[in-house]
Write a protein that binds this ligand. Structure first.
Ligand code: ATP
Length: 215
C-alpha cells in the first residue's frame, strides 16, 4: 500500500482530497458514474489532468461512460486513510485556535483534534469544544504519540514550539503562523498564511478578473 502511494505524483496526491469530497457528494446523491467533464467543471481541474490523475488510481473511464464513483471512493478512502482516524494536536488556543477546536473536522474526513495546549494559565485546565487544553509545559507528557500538529501560536513562538514538537515525534505540522519554520527533512510542514492568501486573492481579482462563465 505504501509503495502504491509512492507512485502517485505529488501534484496528483494534492488533488485527492478535492476529488474525494466531490465524489462523496455524488455518492450521497446516489450517482453511480461521473464523466471527466462533469468532474472537471466541479473541481476546476482540466479534464486532461483528471484523466491522467485517475489513470494513477487504476480507474479507467471509457469515453462517454465515465468513472465508477464507488470504485474511486474506495480507492480514495484507502489512500487518504479515511478508514483510520488521525489524531491531531493544536498549539495556541487564541482566536484562530479556538475556532478550530469548535469546528467539527470529522464531518468531512477522519482527522480529529484530540488535545490542545496554551501558555495562558486561564486557558489551560479547561475544555474548548470538548477538547482538553493543557498548559504548554505539559506538551511532552500529553502528546501521547500524536503525530500531527496545528500551530496557531504567535509567530515569535513558532520555531521554539516546533522544535519541541519535532523532538517528541511530530511528523506533520500545519503552520498557521506567518513564520517560516525550520524542521528536519523527515518532517513535513504545510504553511497556511491567511493574510497572504487573502491578499493574493484580492490581487488576482484586480489584475486577472474572472471571465464570465460560458454556458
Ligand atoms: P487571543 O485574542 O486569545 O490572544 P490571538 O489569536 O489574537 O488570540 P495570539 O497572540 O496570536 O492571540 O496567540 C494565540 C494563542 O497562543 C494565545 O491563546 C496565546 O496564549 C497562545 N500562546 C502564546 N505563546 C504561546 C506558547 N509559547 N505556547 C503555547 N501557547 C502560546
Amino acid at each position: 500500500e505504501q509503495q502504491n502511494q509512492n507512485k502517485i505524483p505529488q501534484a496528483t496526491a494534492k488533488r485527492l482530497p478535492l476529488y474525494y469530497r466531490f465524489l462523496n457528494n455524488l455518492n450521497h446523491q446516489g450517482k453511480k458514474r461521473v464523466s471527466s467533464k462533469e468532474l472537471s467543471e466541479a473541481v476546476k481541474v482540466d479534464s486532461a489532468t483528471i484523466r491522467r490523475d485517475f489513470s494513477y488510481f487504476g480507474a479507467l473511464g471509457k469515453k462517454g461512460y465515465g468513472y465508477n464513483v464507488e470504485y474511486l471512493l474506495g480507492f480514495f478512502r484507502k489512500t487518504l486513510d479515511q478508514d483510520e482516524l488521525t489524531e491531531v494536536a493544536l498549539i495556541g488556543v487564541g482566536n484562530l485556535g479556538t475556532a478550530f477546536l469548535n469546528y467539527n473536522f470529522m464531518k468531512n474526513n477522519n482527522t480529529k483534534i484530540v488535545v490542545a495546549f496554551d501558555k495562558s494559565s486561564h486557558k489551560s485546565g479547561s475544555e474548548v469544544g470538548g477538547i482538553p487544553v493543557y498548559n504548554i509545559g505539559e506538551l511532552e507528557n500529553r502528546l501521547n504519540g500524536v503525530r500531527v500538529a496545528i500551530l496557531t501560536v504567535p509567530a515569535s513562538e513558532a520555531q521554539h514550539i516546533t522544535d519541541r514538537l519535532v523532538a517528541h515525534g511530530i511528523e506533520g505540522i500545519l503552520n498557521f503562523t506567518p513564520a517560516r519554520i525550520a524542521v528536519p527533512s523527515h518532517v513535513r510542514v504545510h504553511h497556511i498564511d491567511l493574510a497572504v492568501e487573502l491578499q493574493s486573492l484580492v490581487y488576482f481579482l484586480k489584475h486577472y478578473p474572472m471571465k464570465d462563465q460560458e454556458t
